[in-house]
Ligand binder design. Structure first.
Ligand code: PAF
Length: 285
């Protein structure tokens, strides 16, 4: 039976063994989210459900990670359907704190993600990964899960969380869950619901660009600039569609490579109409 918890006090009590309405045993798994849950989140939750005795989904629209106030304001909030999905998937606890609960005081201390924020989305979203790393660290401290689940769609975020956990000795296993895609390859995202009907079809061109980059590497191309140039041709130069970046980086350090000699992360972002979408593919030899 799902319990919705809104306060840090009740969450801590549940974690330290006060059963409240339910007795809970086994490994604790955390799926941190911003809400507006979709099939990508459902896959994270199913994976957590299969591996853990107690599954916690946090739903918190973290103001610290939104670099643009209008992006924060228009982020979809769908708590009723989110709770229904969590109930259907057998989630034990949905943690839905208020801003006041998570940030009773404006934080002075935040997590600097160093060079990991210098490329891919970093330059286009100043402060975003600092906000993500800070709230993830807080959620890990509050829930103290044995395992925490993140989508591979947000590959930069996942790499940063892995490094955060390693650098701060957080006793949690970080689990990356493969991206869930629509039939045409568009990665599932809460932002897809902002796409105007006319923009939906062109949104899949980012995935096509990433596939083209992977094809180029598979065919023997090793020069990153040449791969990027070939891939970028898959994004049509039309009004209302912009390739923000397409980068080829080391999957752990997130630093760009000039020659592909080992595993690489191919990441990109496009802006379709007023909606920004990101995606990535991993290449391994
Ligand atoms: O990926 C997200 O939904 C968010 O960045 C996260 C990890 C929940 C932190 O707010």
């Amino acid at each position: 039976m799902l319990e919705q918890i809104e306060t840090v006090g009740r969450l801590r009590a549940a974690r330290s063994g006060d059963p409240g309405p339910h007795v809970r045993t086994g490994l604790w798994g955390l799926v941190p989210t911003l809400g507006a849950l979709h099939q990508g989140h459902a896959e994270l939750i199913r994976t957590a459900r299969a591996e853990c005795g107690v599954v916690v989904v946090s739903i918190f629209v973290n103001p610290l990670q939104f670099d643009k106030p209008d992006d924060l304001a228009r982020y979809p909030r769908t708590i009723e359907s989110d709770l229904a999905l969590c109930g259907d998937l057998g989630v034990d606890i949905v943690f839905t704190p208020s801003q006041q609960e998570i940030y009773p005081k404006p934080p002075e201390c935040t997590v600097d993600v160093g060079r990991l924020g210098d490329h891919l989305c970093g330059p286009f979203r100043p402060g975003h990964f600092r906000g993500v790393a800070t709230v993830v660290l807080k959620l890990l401290q509050l829930v103290q899960p044995h395992r925490a689940y993140f989508g591979e769609k947000d590959a930069q975020q996942l790499a940063i969380v892995r490094r955060l956990v390693s650098d701060f000795d957080v006793p949690v296993a970080v689990v990356g869950v493969p991206t869930v895609r629509e039939a045409d390859g568009l990665a599932m995202s809460s932002r897809n619901r902002h796409l105007a009907a006319g923009d939906r079809a062109s949104a899949a061109c980012l995935y096509q660009a990433l596939l083209e980059a992977r094809r180029a590497i598979a065919a023997g191309e090793r020069d990153a600039a040449a791969i990027r140039k070939r891939a970028a041709l898959k994004v049509p130069q039309t009004d209302g569609l912009k390739l923000e970046y397409l980068e080829i980086v080391d999957p752990a350090t997130l630093q760009p490579v000039s020659t592909v000699t080992g595993a690489v992360l191919i990441g990109g972002a496009i802006v379709v109409g007023s909606t920004r979408l990101i995606d990535n593919l991993l290449w391994t030899f």
